[in-house]
Design a protein around this ligand. Structure first.
Ligand SMILES: Nc1nc2c(ncn2[C@@H]2O[C@H](COP(=O)(O)OP(=O)(O)OP(=O)(O)O)[C@@H](O)[C@H]2O)c(=O)[nH]1
Ligand SMILES: [Mg+2]
Length: 601
């Protein structure tokens, strides 16, 4: 058994993919059109992605935000710059668990201590890129991974990229030593993911102790799913375990559809005084990279394979974003519906209150009876309606106080009703939202109650309505003679009668029940009321006054509902977010098809 070298199942050929001969069509397309199309399509996708917002707190929102950010990063870090320069040096990102020996391996491959290796875990916190001096201009100018500040000094800041040149490394190939992928340090983990998304080739380094860990396999699986070029190093393998571990790892690779990825098994050895591995240990890997570096076509094939895979993955990723955007819109609609339902309920309660005579009770009824007169008054009533009206008028004339009291009683009855329905609607809308994941996040305690100034607004509403009823009586009283005959006090009296008629809804006071049961009134009282309300003019006025009241109530309740609806409106994604994302992804897919980057097709 060899203690080092590539696993027996894989050849040492530099090709990570299998390039078809002369396949560099897109890379060498003289017109450059497919690439330009692709770049434009990707710019469109970038715009659609950054425009997409997922503000409502749905289970899909957080992953969508993360995916959108990762997608934008990958477009900026890798896809756009790589597409613009298909011939740029191939970037090998060295990734894996902490302490696997990544930095040591990179140092050993370039024959220099370019990246600090150490016993403190994790050691590498900020990425180190090592390339041939001839390639340093490309990496320095910052097209690739533009968010990382270039530095020439070692750094612990994850937002920097330390650039080192190593003459021992051939031109056309660069290594990026990344922080650990399953780090306990959040920033490390996030950065490692971002760096892998910018790799032309991922060199995954693991050890005999760590190779079965879950996180790396998840990342490997995703990388494989995107069609990224991958090679693996099983590092620091104790000689006695080589056979068993290699076999098991090969099995796992096959299970994850990674059986074709080159695997290098490196034995545990001593590092030298510089912390480098002996040449004989790294030789197979070093030679594989040397051949890759020397073969422009093979390198181009790796680049195109990863690029094409990443482009192909944009469709499904974008679709999840579009799906999440759809969910946002649906949730916003659902939240709006709950609010509208609650406030429609309030409107219905008011309408019902105006139909079922429930407002004609208590204080209002008492004041009304007082207003139209006592038993005394009714005993003197005559049958003729015209006379009767005069009597009513006469009864009112000298007695302004009962009129005011009746008006006040009507006002307070209505205000109580409005406060009640507004409170109930707020509570219903509030609990409706609280039961919805996205709604709960939009709530604040005040929303459980009507607006602070609702009582004031309700009072104003009723007073305005009462004034409106009087105006109506004055200007629109159908029976001109009646109005003409009746002076200001009569307008007032008729107005109040109209309001009572609104409370009784049918414009009759049908309510032998409610009205006649009041103390001091008799069947005669009902007769007089029927005489008044049986009048067509009063009925018309009551119908219009009722409509006016309901309109005002609708406005008031709409204002109340608006406190909720404003929140969904500001959280609601643009209507065409999902469509824009899908259209942008379709354009990318189309341009990718025409660019024909896939060397295996
Ligand atoms: N004996 C021996 N020690 C090794 C070998 N490879 C790495 N080491 C040591 O293991 C420790 C960790 O190695 P690093 O190269 O820093 O590991 P890393 O993967 O870069 O770790 P992070 O930067 O934390 O992700 C260092 O002290 C190395 O000197 C090896 O093959 N043999
Ligand atoms: Mg390291």
């Amino acid at each position: 058994m060899t203690t080092h070298g590539e696993s027996a199942t894989h050849s040492g050929a530099p090709a990570v993919a299998s390039p078809r001969s002369g396949a560099a069509t897109a890379a060498e397309d003289p017109s450059g059109t497919p690439g330009d199309d692709l770049s434009a399509a990707l710019a469109g996708l970038r715009a659609a992605t950054t425009a997409a917002r997922f503000p409502l707190d749905l289970p899909s929102a957080e992953p969508a935000r993360r995916n959108a950010a990762a997608l934008t990063d990958q477009l900026d870090d890798y896809l756009l710059p790589r597409l613009a320069r298909l011939d740029a040096p191939l970037l090998v990102v060295v990734g894996g668990s902490t302490g696997a020996g990544k930095s040591t391996l990179v140092n050993s491959l370039v024959q220099a201590r370019v990246s600090a290796a150490g016993v403190l875990r994790p050691t590498t916190r900020s990425p180190v890129l090592v390339c041939n001096p001839a390639d340093s201009v490309w990496f320095r100018q910052g097209e690739l991974l533009p968010g990382l500040t270039r530095t020439s000094e070692p750094s612990d800041d994850p937002r920097t990229l330390q650039l080192v040149t190593a003459p021992a490394l051939p031109a056309g190939l660069a290594f990026l030593d990344a922080p650990d992928i399953d780090s306990v340090v959040d920033a490390n983990r996030a950065l490692a993911g971002q760096l892998l998304a910018a790799a032309d080739l991922w060199l995954f380094v693991t050890t005999a102790a760590r190779y079965a860990d879950a996180v790396p396999w998840e990342l490997l699986h995703n990388a494989r799913a995107r069609g990224a070029a991958i090679a693996l190093v099983l590092d620091r393998v104790p000689p006695e375990a080589t056979e068993e571990v290699s076999a098991h790892l090969a099995e796992m690779l096959a299970t994850h559809d990674l059986g074709a990825a080159p695997l290098f098994v490196l034995p545990e050895t001593q590092v030298d005084g510089q912390g480098l591995l002996p040449e004989r240990v790294t030789a197979p890997l070093g030679e594989w990279f040397a051949r890759l570096a020397a073969d422009a076509e093979a390198r181009a094939a790796v680049v195109r394979q990863t690029l094409d895979g990443a482009l192909a993955a944009l469709g499904p990723i974008t679709e999840t974003l579009a799906g999440a955007a759809d969910e946002q819109a649906t949730a916003a609609d659902a939240l709006d519906d709950r609010v509208r339902g609650a406030y429609r309920g309030a409107q219905r309660t008011v309408e019902q209150g105006l139909s079922d005579g429930r407002l004609l009770r208590g204080e209002v009824l008492a004041r009304w009876q007082e207003f139209v007169g006592t038993g005394e008054f009714f005993r003197t009533l005559e049958a003729r309606i015209g006379r009767l009206r005069d009597r009513v008028v006469a009864a009112v004339t000298g007695r302004p106080a009962p009129a005011n009291e009746l008006r006040d009683a009507i006002e307070s009855q209505l205000v109580t009703l409005l406060r009640g329905v507004a409170a109930e609607a707020a509570e219903n809308a509030y609990t409706g939202w609280r039961a919805h994941p996205a709604g709960a996040a939009l709530l604040e305690p005040d929303l459980a109650h009507p607006s602070a100034d609702l009582p004031e607004r309700a009072e104003r509403l009723v007073r305005d309505w009462q004034r409106g009823v009087l105006d109506l009586v004055r200007t629109e009283g159908g029976d001109k003679r009646f109005v003409a005959r009746t002076a200001a006090y009569a307008v007032n009296a008729t107005g109040l009668a109209v309001m009572i008629a609104v409370f009784a809804s049918t414009a009759f006071v049908p309510t032998g029940l409610e009205v006649a049961t009041g103390a001091g009134t008799t069947v005669a009282a009902q007769a007089v009321l029927q005489a008044i309300f049986g009048d067509q003019a009063v009925r018309n006025l009551a119908r219009r006054a009722r409509g006016d009241l309901l309109d005002r109530v609708d406005t008031l309740l709409d204002e109340e509902a608006a406190r909720f609806l404003a929140r969904t409106a500001s959280a609601r994604p643009e209507a065409d977010t999902a469509a824009d994302l899908r259209a942008a992804a379709a354009r990318v897919a189309d341009a990718r098809e025409r660019a024909d980057l896939d060397v295996t097709r």
